[in-house]
Every structure is written in structure tokens, then in C-alpha cells.
Design a protein around this ligand. Structure first.
Ligand code: AVJ
Length: 310
């Protein structure tokens, strides 16, 4: 659970801006997480399958890159199939999943400890937008710290935020440390558009669920029938933008606050930045990471970067 107070503050602050906005991290309540799982199985949403297939195809090479006995820190609950593949191949000494959802963490940690009896798991509740306090291990000597950040979640961050996140991770792993990071690549805008405007409308429901959550947890009165999902590729900024469009002139109440909407006005709910291999390599270099390895799926849609902090 996200503390209700910061949720409330973030929503009020976001809706008070000239371009109204809500942070995408709030998509993932129970229903949002369920809808996201469905998105990952949609025929149009290629990133999940592309990342899984490249992880499968290059697993031995990835394991060689990381080396045995690492401290693997994952931003994400560790519930995914690719994480389990990686744990089996890497055999890290310790695994630290970091997630904002306590429930997702607890469930994943339980399942992982059943599957990997030898693995030391230290789940940490938190999000990657702030420096984390990670467990300190007694026998650290000789262990390499490696941050695993799959799923192109970094795409949610603006360029400045991505820079700050990479610098924070660089500090966290220290000299000799490494990072494995999944990045969705630039490609034909039609493929991107389809991935965020699926025929079944699951992405639309995922987007609208954010308003349902604001209603339920903060007592707002968004009328979900008067907002519509809108996603497009902003080529200039190299990102998919998701918005919720107001279909009418309307006002929404949240406690003593009132937010007015013109017809056609939007709430910006998510960016999903796409990078070229060269762009991401340069971004990583700015943070002190050398892209020693770049693994891609067969169709070049998605990349996993093996970054070294030297
Ligand atoms: C989880 C942030 C990587 O940007 O593709 C999927 C979220 N939003 N469909 C993405 C998402 C709409 C996803 N990330």
C-alpha cells in the first residue's frame, strides 16, 4: 500500500498543474496490477514477450556477464518468469526485490523461496524514485552488487529522472558493480501505437482504473464515462504518451478541492520513453556506466543492457 497521504498530495498537485497529470506509479492497485498482467499477454503488447525471449536466448551469456555470488537487487517484485530464469542461471548469493506493493512482494518472495531453497531473499518495500535503504550484508567481501531493472520501467521516467536514477544506481552498486536494464527500443510508430491502443481495450481500462482508484481511496467523484483513453507516439520526444481526455465540460471534486475540465482537456497519466541503442548507451555513460553488453530480441524491438560501473 502506498501511504494515503502522499497519494492524496500527489493527486492534488498533479491535477493543479496547467497540464493536468497523475503519476503512473499509482496505476498498480490490485485491479491495475491484474489489468497490467493482461496487457502483458496482449498480442499487440510486444515488450514483455520480446524481453522474455531475449533473456531465454542469451541466458548463459547474461549469467557469465554477472558472475556467480552476486547481490542481485531487482526493482520489481520478482514475480515474473524472466526473473526466475535469471535467478536459476545466475545463482546470486542474495536477492533483494524492491517493490511498492507489499502484497506483491510477499507473494513473490514466498513462491521464490519455495522454488529456490538455497536463495537468501530480502524483500524491501519502496520505489525507485528515491534512494533506498538496502539491507547490509555481513559477508559482503568479494560480492558484486548488481541492479536488475527489467520491463523498460525506466521508460516511465523523463530524461532528467532517468539520469538521476542511473546515477543513484551507479552509487548503489559501487565500483565494480553492474546493472542489467531492459529498454524498449525506438521502432515503427504504428507498432508502438498498436501496443498502447489494443483492440480489446485493456490498456484503456488500465488507464481509466487510475480514476477509479482516486475515487475509491481519496473520495473523488470522477465520472468514468466522461473520460476516454488516449495514447499516441510523440516522435519529437521519443515517447508514447497516455492521457485521459475529458469528453465534456465538467468539474471533479476531491475533498475541498475542485478541478475544472474543458472538453478535450487531458490528464497526462504516463510517458513510456523509447530509446535507440546509441541514445541509451550515451545516457548510461553520463552516469558512469559502460554498456559492455547489449542483448536484443531477434526482431530488434527490445534491448537488455549489461552496464558496468568502472
Ligand atoms: C510497465 C511502464 C513498462 O510503459 O509499456 C503498458 C506500462 N502502460 N501499457 C509501458 C504500460 C501501458 C509499461 N511499463
Amino acid at each position: 500500500m502506498v501511504p494515503a497521504d502522499s497519494f492524496r498530495e500527489d493527486v492534488i498537485e498533479g491535477l493543479s498543474q496547467p497540464q493536468k497529470a497523475l503519476p503512473p506509479k499509482y496505476f498498480y492497485d490490485a485491479e491495475g496490477s491484474r489489468l497490467f498482467d493482461r496487457i502483458c499477454r496482449l498480442p499487440e503488447y510486444y515488450p514483455t514477450r520480446a524481453e522474455l525471449s531475449l533473456t531465454r536466448a542469451h541466458l548463459a551469456d547474461i549469467a557469465r556477464f554477472v558472475g556467480r555470488n552476486s547481490e542481485l537487487i531487482e526493482y520489481g517484485s520478482g514475480a515474473s518468469l524472466k526473473t526466475r530464469l535469471l535467478l536459476g542461471a545466475l545463482r546470486p548469493a542474495a536477492y533483494v526485490p524492491v517493490d511498492i506493493s507489499q502484497t506483491a512482494l510477499a507473494g513473490a518472495a514466498r513462491r521464490l523461496s519455495r522454488e529456490f531453497g538455497w536463495l537468501h531473499i530480502f524483500a524491501v518495500v519502496g520505489d525507485f524514485s528515491q534512494p533506498l535503504r538496502l539491507p547490509v550484508f555481513r559477508q559482503r567481501a568479494g560480492r558484486r552488487r548488481v541492479v536488475y531493472f527489467p520491463g523498460s520501467t525506466i521508460g516511465n521516467l523523463t530524461l532528467q529522472e532517468a539520469r538521476a536514477f542511473l546515477a543513484m544506481s551507479r552509487a548503489q552498486v559501487g565500483a565494480g558493480g553492474a546493472m542489467l536494464i531492459g529498454v524498449d527500443l525506438k521502432k515503427d510508430a504504428n507498432l508502438l501505437h498498436a501496443a498502447y491502443n489494443d483492440a480489446r481495450g485493456v490498456t484503456g481500462r488500465f488507464n481509466l482504473n487510475l480514476l477509479r482508484r482516486v475515487n475509491r481511496e481519496l473520495g473523488a467523484d470522477f465520472d468514468l464515462r466522461r473520460f476516454r483513453h488516449y495514447a499516441f507516439y510523440n516522435a519529437g520526444l521519443g515517447r508514447i504518451e497516455m492521457h485521459l481526455v475529458s469528453l465534456a465540460r465538467q468539474s471533479v471534486r476531491l475533498g475541498r478541492h475542485r478541478f475544472d475540465f474543458d472538453p478535450g482537456e487531458t490528464i497526462h497519466t504516463e510517458n513510456s520513453c523509447k530509446y535507440s541503442v546509441a541514445e541509451f548507451r550515451a545516457l548510461a555513460a553520463e552516469a558512469g556506466f559502460r554498456a559492455a553488453k547489449v542483448w536484443q530480441d531477434a526482431r530488434g524491438r527490445f534491448a537488455l543492457f549489461g552496464l558496468v560501473a568502472d
